[in-house]
Design a binder for this molecule. Structure first.
Ligand SMILES: [Zn+2]
Length: 83
């Protein structure tokens, strides 16, 4: 491939997927949790609580708890973790 072809291909690729390469989600986000899981890694200290909250929220939703109540409970969990 010549350089001209390479850059044309890069432009095509970027257009096709809607933009230049993405910035990875930072640790402490669900995206980073998924990354750990895909790589079969243990979750780091920032990602573990995010995943725990995500699972807990899913559990509460299954129990029919309202979104407002779930938010309150997650806030309480976050506050408890800070201490
Ligand atoms: Zn992490």
């Amino acid at each position: 491939m010549t350089d001209g072809q390479r850059s044309r291909w890069a432009r095509y690729r970027d257009r096709k997927r809607g933009g230049p390469p993405r910035q990875l989600d930072p640790h402490g986000s669900l995206g980073a949790v998924r990354r750990h899981q895909r790589a079969s890694e243990d979750l780091c200290d920032e990602c573990a609580p995010v995943w725990s909250d995500h699972k807990h929220a899913a559990y509460l939703r299954r129990k029919g708890v309202s979104e407002e109540e779930i938010e309150d409970r997650l806030r309480a969990r976050a506050a408890a973790r800070v201490q």
